[in-house]
Design a protein around this ligand. Structure first.
Ligand SMILES: Cc1ncc(COP(=O)(O)O)c(C=O)c1O
Length: 383
C-alpha cells in the first residue's frame, strides 16, 4: 500500500487547496536544503568549505522569496485573490513565482529577454507562466531596464496585476531569514559567508541574521565583471543570475567586508571543476561563488568555517556553461583562474575584466538620489 494513503491527512485532490498541510504541498518542498562539504581536489589539501545547495528547492533559491513575497502581498491586500503576478526575471524568480502561482492560485506573467535559456522558457511555460520576451535592450539600462519597462506597461494594461519588484521589495530580504537559521543549525558557528549578488536579496537577508549571531562573521560578496552593483562601469555580461546593470535597493552595502568580481570564463572553469570533482555544481553564480570560497579556504586557517550559498543547480546551464561549442564560441574555455585575485584599492580604480577583489565596499549611489538614478543605471549597455 502507498504509505502516503495512510499518512496524508487529506485527499490528493485537496493538496493544492489553501490550508493543505504544508509538508505535502509543492511549496512544502522548499527549504531545509543540504549542505555538503567541498574539499579536495577542488580545494587545496586539508582545506574546504560548506556549500548550501539551494538547487535542491523545486526551482532554486528564489522559491523562498517568491512564496514569501506573494504571501505577504496577499496578507496586505496588495495582491487580490486570483489577480495576476507580473515580474521581470532572468529565470530563477520566474520558477519561484510559478510555484507561488500554483500554490496561491494566481496567473503568473514573466517578462524576460532573449538570453533566457530554452530549458528555462520551456519549464516556465510548462508550469503555466505566460512569457513575454523583450527584443531590444534599453540604450542605457540594458536588457534589465528593457524588461522593467515592459513590466510597467503590463501593469498599466492589467490594473489588478501586482508586481513583486524584487529589486526594492524588503520582503525579498526578509524571506531569507529561515535560510540563515538553517545555516546556523547545520554549522553551529560561521566565520565566513560567501554570497552572490543580483537583487541583493539573499545576501542581505542571510547576512543580517548571521551578523546578529556572529558579529565577527566576514561577509564576502561575489559579483560579475561588468556589473554596476559595487561601483564598476557597466559592460556587456554573459553571466546571468548574478550581476546587474542597475543599482538594486536591496543591496546592504554596510554588511560586506569585501567584494570579488569574477569573469565568465573563470566561473565556467570553477563550475566544471566542481562538477567533475564534487558532483554538486551549478551555473554562473555557483561557479563564481565556488571560486571565491576555494580561495578563502586556501588562505584562511584550517579551522575556519566557510559557508557558500549555491543558488541553483546545473541543469539550466547544460547548453551554456557545460556546452563546449557554446563556450568555445564565447571564448570561455581553458581560462583557469589565477591562484589569487587582483587587488583593487578602490572599486572605481579601474574596470576589471578578470577575477579581482576589493576590501573597500561602497554604495556607488551614496549621496545621490537613489529614487531618480538608482534604478536606471548610469553607464553602458549591459544585460
Ligand atoms: C542563479 C542565481 N544566482 C544568484 C542570484 C542572485 O540572488 P539575489 O537576487 O538574491 O541577489 C540569482 C538571482 O536571480 C540567481 O538567479
Amino acid at each position: 500500500m502507498n504509505p502516503l494513503h495512510t499518512t496524508v491527512p487529506c485527499s490528493p485532490a485537496q493538496l493544492l487547496a489553501p490550508g493543505a498541510p504544508a509538508a505535502y504541498t509543492p511549496a512544502g518542498l522548499v527549504g531545509d536544503t543540504p549542505m555538503p562539504w567541498v574539499g579536495e581536489p577542488f580545494t587545496a589539501a586539508g582545506r574546504g568549505f560548506w556549500a548550501k545547495l539551494e538547487g535542491h528547492n523545486p526551482g532554486g533559491i528564489k522559491d523562498r522569496t517568491a512564496l514569501y513575497m506573494v504571501a505577504r502581498a496577499r496578507e496586505r491586500g496588495d495582491l487580490l485573490p486570483g489577480a495576476p503576478i507580473v515580474e521581470s526575471t532572468s529565470g530563477t524568480l520566474g520558477l519561484g513565482l510559478a510555484l507561488a502561482g500554483v500554490t496561491f492560485g494566481h496567473p503568473v506573467v514573466v517578462v524576460t529577454d532573449p538570453g533566457m535559456e530554452p530549458l528555462m522558457r520551456g519549464l516556465l511555460t510548462a508550469y503555466g507562466a505566460e512569457l513575454h520576451l523583450v527584443s531590444e535592450p534599453h540604450p542605457i539600462g540594458g536588457w534589465q531596464q528593457a524588461r522593467r519597462d515592459r513590466v510597467d506597461q503590463l501593469l498599466i494594461d492589467r490594473p489588478d496585476a501586482w508586481c513583486p519588484d524584487q529589486y526594492r521589495n524588503p520582503d525579498n530580504v526578509a524571506a531569507y531569514a529561515p535560510l540563515a537559521h538553517e545555516l546556523v543549525a547545520q554549522l553551529g558557528r560561521i566565520d565566513i559567508l560567501v554570497v552572490s549578488m543580483g537583487t541583493g536579496g539573499h545576501s542581505a537577508g542571510i547576512g543580517r541574521v548571521l551578523r546578529s549571531f556572529f558579529p565577527a562573521v566576514r561577509i564576502v560578496g561575489v559579483d560579475t565583471c561588468g556589473s554596476t552593483i559595487f561601483g564598476q562601469p557597466a559592460a556587456p555580461r554573459l553571466m546571468r543570475g548574478l550581476g546587474s546593470s542597475i543599482y538594486p535597493h536591496n543591496v546592504d552595502y554596510a554588511l560586506f567586508d569585501e567584494v570579488h568580481w569574477v569573469a565568465a570564463g573563470e566561473a565556467v572553469w570553477a563550475a566544471r571543476a566542481l562538477a567533475k570533482s564534487r558532483y554538486a555544481t551549478g551555473g554562473w553564480s555557483v561557479g563564481a561563488v565556488a571560486l571565491v570560497a576555494r580561495h578563502l579556504a586556501a588562505t584562511s586557517p584550517a579551522e575556519t568555517k566557510i559557508a557558500a550559498v549555491f543558488p541553483d543547480g546545473p541543469q539550466r546551464y547544460v547548453g551554456t556553461v557545460f556546452d563546449d561549442d557554446w563556450c568555445r564560441t564565447h571564448q570561455l574555455l581553458g581560462q583557469k583562474p589565477a591562484d589569487a585575485p587582483d587587488e583593487l584599492a578602490h572599486p572605481g580604480e579601474q574596470a576589471v575584466a578578470h577575477w579581482s577583489r576589493c576590501t573597500t565596499v561602497l554604495d556607488p549611489l551614496a549621496g545621490a538620489d537613489r529614487e531618480t538614478t538608482g534604478e536606471r543605471g548610469l553607464m553602458g549597455v549591459a544585460r
